[in-house]
Design a protein around this ligand. Structure first.
Ligand code: M6R
Length: 614
């Protein structure tokens, strides 16, 4: 939610910050803005809408300057318009600030500042913060950096901010609490600051991730100083980025989402590389090695997540309970954190998050930690907040996911959960050797089988063309295919704006069946396995009400083929692994429907990739 970028060095800042904003646009695209310091003072360019609008707007204007800060917004306080766009300036126009997060006590702060003569132009919480810094600076007669520190001591909420002041054009001040911020250390005394490493990677691979309540002061050709909010100096921990620049490009695909769907054979393989050895009959997750016994002895595993990651957790519940016999609960992080849950020291709480920054998931983990539980993470973004606060964890290694709709992150999360369930089950002896060997052999074949499903693209596109105008859709599945149904429905609604619901197929009779008529496409996962015959009966029930059946079936199936309006075949695999294959047709289907409906696939309306506000 909201992306921030800043640069200080010898180069022109505007093109660097602009390019950075384009890379971060997935975090919000309600408005964009860049402020620079040059001979004229602070030049502040702001535009409602996408970064490209800002680029056009600034084209014929003086955008010179070697220090600049930029912001791409996902609106929280105030409409998406030019005035509410960041950067925001202090009343005297000498300080500029960008912010990702929410200042919860902004109203109280604003009233106090108003009483002291401050005038506000926007409806944002951010403008309050920059005025507060100005107020403290002028009244306490302190430096801008010290004013930032004192102001942050008065703030309740979440923030990643970068501040620059006309009085010190060689300096940027950055701070974070609960919203991410990374500082790239350039090779010639220059610095690149951003919400994540994607705008930084083409300039340097040396980075410092700020921790909560840390304040960094970076000065052109002088270096980086780091403090905590109590003003004690700290030593910055410099890390090496592993991100590749090519991973951030579309690589010939029309959309990032399509590229990411097609990357899945590779991303799943990358996910189990070094963690699976079929010849030796071995599975292990290095990151949680020291916690395997703790997991095996756990009274209960609680998984907290949101959105697609929550669906992956539901698949994990089936896998872990079946293969390890440890009770699992899957919770919406946003509910868990506010309902005084019962957590004991023998519980293991696992957060699942692509970004590793989702505010609710982070808060749920903090709560679990405060109650003494062991907290683990399954994240995609290396160095993200969740990966840093957990006791241990496993990265999904899916590579950067830029499309707002999660695709390869989901299959990678399910792969990690599969490996985890297999490793614990094997250790506990709750899964026998032959079953263990069978599943790991099948898992190794999954990337090729995903590639086989992807070859069904044209057929799926054809089905999409038939149902693209349907106003509603139902997705049905049973067992571990139920979360796949939920995920299919989420994919369709979030990028094509068609109303869609996912249900356990047997729940149809308890209400949703009333929705079915000849206009209603019903997408069903009807693969071979324990529930096959039951799903066949559910299909009959839909057929009897004239619903249109689009079924995902196991290759060679004839029974469902005879009943459905359309079938999409997926290769046979072990039942535990079906979600990894069955989800692919739904990703492609949603993609094609959205394209045919003229929707912005990679940046759907009202959404942002990284939800850093609750
Ligand atoms: O980064 P996270 O996995 O924590 O994000 C959770 C959800 O915001 C995310 O999965 C969201 O539902 C996606 N847009 C789904 O495609």
């Amino acid at each position: 939610m909201c992306g921030i970028v800043a640069y200080i060095g010898d180069k022109e800042a505007f093109p660097i910050v602009l390019k950075g904003l384009k890379r971060l646009e997935y975090r919000g695209y309600d408005s964009a803005g860049i402020a620079l310091i040059n001979n004229e003072g602070i030049a502040n360019f702001k535009q409602k809408g996408k970064v490209s609008f800002l680029e056009e707007y600034a084209e014929d204007k003086d955008s010179s300057g070697t220090i600049g800060i930029g912001h791409t917004r996902w609106a929280t306080h105030g409409l998406p318009n030019d005035v509410n766009a960041h950067p925001h300036l202090s009343g005297d126009g000498k300080i500029a600030l960008i912010h990702n997060g929410i200042i919860e006590n902004y109203d109280t702060l604003r009233e106090g500042l108003k009483a002291r003569g401050h005038v506000f132009h926007s409806e944002t919480d951010t403008e309050v913060l920059v005025h507060l810094i100005e107020d403290i600076k002028n009244n306490e007669k302190v430096s801008t950096a010290e004013a930032v520190r004192l102001a942050l001591n008065n703030v309740i909420g979440a923030y990643a901010i970068v501040v620059m002041s006309i009085e010190n054009p060689g300096q940027l001040i950055a701070a974070r609490k609960s919203s991410p911020l990374v500082i790239g250390i350039g090779k010639s005394g220059d610095f690149y600051l951003a919400s994540d490493a994607t705008p930084i990677v083409e300039y340097t691979n040396e980075v410092v991730y700020l921790d909560d309540e840390e304040i960094a002061i970076v000065e052109r050709n002088k270096g980086l100083r780091l403090y905590n909010i109590q003003n004690q100096e700290k030593t910055p921990y410099i890390q090496e980025l592993e991100l590749q620049l090519e991973a951030l490009e579309k690589g010939g695909y029309e959309h990032f989402m399509l590229k990411e769907i097609h990357e899945q054979p590779r991303s799943i393989r990358d996910c189990f590389r070094g963690r699976l050895n079929v010849d030796k009959g071995w599975v292990g997750l290095g990151g949680i090695k020291d916690y395997e016994q703790k997991l095996a002895n756990a009274n209960r595993i609680i998984m907290v997540a949101c959105g697609t990651s929550w669906h992956a957790a539901l698949v994990g519940e089936y896998l872990i309970e079946d293969l390890t016999r440890i009770p699992v609960e899957v919770e919406y992080a946003s509910e868990f954190r506010y309902r005084n849950p019962i957590i004991s020291e023998n519980d293991v709480v696992i957060a699942i998050s692509q970004s590793g920054e989702t505010a609710d998931t982070l808060a749920a983990l903090e709560l679990a930690k405060s109650k003494g539980a062991t907290i683990l993470g399954i994240c995609n973004v290396v160095g993200s907040s969740i990966s840093r606060i957990t006791d241990a964890g496993s990265y999904t290694h899916a590579g950067p996911e830029i499309g707002v709709a999660s695709t390869k992150a989901f299959t990678a999360q399910v792969t990690v959960l599969t490996l985890m369930a297999l490793a614990i089950g094997h250790r506990k002896g709750t899964i026998n050797e032959s079953k263990f060997r069978r599943i790991i052999s099948e898992l190794e074949l999954i990337p090729d089988k995903v590639a086989e499903v992807l070859r069904e693209n044209d057929h799926i596109e054809h089905i999409a063309s038939i149902y693209k105008d349907a106003a509603n859709a139902l997705y049905l599945g049973r067992g571990n295919s139920f979360p796949v149904a939920l995920e299919g429905a989420l994919k369709l609604k979030e990028i094509s704006y068609i109303h869609a619901e996912g249900y356990p197929a047997a729940e149809m009779k308890h209400g949703p069946i009333a929705l079915i008529d000849e206009e209603m496409p019903v997408y069903v996962i009807a693969t071979k396995g324990t529930s096959y015959e039951k799903v066949v009966s559910n299909i009959q029930e839909v057929k009897a009400r004239k619903g249109k059946i689009i079924a995902v079936v196991t290759k060679g199936d004839t029974q469902v083929k005879g009943m459905a309006d359309h079938v999409i075949e997926i290769p046979e695999t072990d039942e535990h692994l079906v979600p990894l294959l069955a989800t692919i047709p739904f990703q492609l289907l949603s993609y094609h429907v959205a394209v045919m409906r003229g929707c912005n696939v990679d940046q759907p309306r009202n959404l942002a990739k990284s939800v850093t506000v609750e």
